[in-house]
Design a protein. Structure first.
Length: 308
């Protein structure tokens, strides 16, 4: 992606500010935002109450503020990503479960990576291409010559043209390819048929006509079925991938084994089966690091009608 002058100026300004100072400023602003903007504060607190009914008010508020600080940290570190490449990625990210990626890659049917708005999802775009290069190297050394697998990320473009250009340029620096949401099913299927990786997040609310209701933190949540459609039509393995912060400026990219689904043969029912399993894996991981999830989003906004 070609970087615009406005993007260069914004990146240059923020990169001039020392990292610790930048982080302190962003965290201060986000905590101020938490107190001053009632809408996002209430959504966050409401979501946490729904997800963790066993926690008391003090713990819920602590998690809410921690989640705001976490998003501030993600934004702070966004301006560090242009300096991250194969030479220093290990200083930021350690890997767990790379053998699961290699096993999925060896099937030669493409890979669907199930991701979420969790941890540092911006840094994942820098890490995924490394995983693809690692997998190609391991398979070649094992006597199975193979090309490096490209990492394609399905995403929703930002409304602001400058921010869209800036984030797009940073996300694609290390080789990730962005696929805008919309009519992406055919393109994604072609990518999987070409044995490439497609990463897709399925942890946000959609309208009832666009998704299926599954259980998420013990409550019905309307969830997009795009990932399930791709899995059923392509036969590609689905692997979960989450980038969790384990220390200041230190993350662990956890790649789980290919998911197994108890398919019924009924297409509509199997969409629910797949999305329920995907959502359960996301939920289990979020429960380990609740402060690193994007709770500002109205995950349970769409309600099930009596006729559903």
């Amino acid at each position: 992606m070609q970087k615009k002058t406005s993007s260069s100026v914004i990146l240059a300004i923020f990169r001039l500010i020392p990292l610790r100072v930048r982080e302190a400023v962003f965290q201060g602003l986000f905590l101020l935002y938490y107190h001053l903007v009632a809408r996002h504060r209430f959504v966050t607190l409401h979501n946490l109450h729904l997800a963790f009914p066993e926690k008391d008010e003090r713990e819920i508020e602590r998690l809410a503020k921690a989640s705001f600080r976490h998003i501030a940290t993600v934004l702070t570190e966004f301006f560090c990503i242009p300096d991250i490449d194969d030479r220093n990625l290990h200083e930021w990210v350690e890997f767990e479960g790379l053998e699961n990626y290699v096993a999925a890659r060896a099937q030669n049917r493409g890979i669907i990576a199930s991701i979420a708005h969790f941890g540092n999802w911006e840094l994942m775009a820098a890490a995924f291409p490394y995983v693809a290069r690692y997998g190609a190297q391991v398979l070649t050394e094992a006597g199975t010559p193979t090309q490096e697998q490209r990492a394609n990320v399905i995403y929703r473009p930002l409304d602001n043209e400058t921010l869209e250009n800036m984030t797009g340029w940073v996300r694609t620096l290390n080789g990730a390819i962005l696929v805008p949401k919309g009519k992406t099913s055919k393109r994604a299927l072609r990518l999987l048929e070409a044995n490439e990786m497609v990463a897709i997040a399925s942890d946000q609310n959609v309208a009832s006509r666009e998704g299926v209701f599954i259980d998420y933190f013990g409550r019905p949540a309307c969830t997009a079925v795009g990932l399930a459609v791709l899995a059923l039509r392509s036969g590609a393995p689905v692997i979960p991938a989450f980038l969790a912060r384990i220390a200041p400026r230190r993350y662990r990219l956890v790649i789980g084994p290919p998911m197994e689904f108890a398919l019924t043969g009924d297409y509509e029912e199997d969409l629910k089966v797949i999305m329920q399993k995907v959502s359960k894996v996301i939920e289990d991981f979020v429960r380990q690091y609740p402060e690193q999830y994007f709770w500002m989003h109205s995950r349970w906004k769409t309600q099930r009608h009596q006729t559903d």
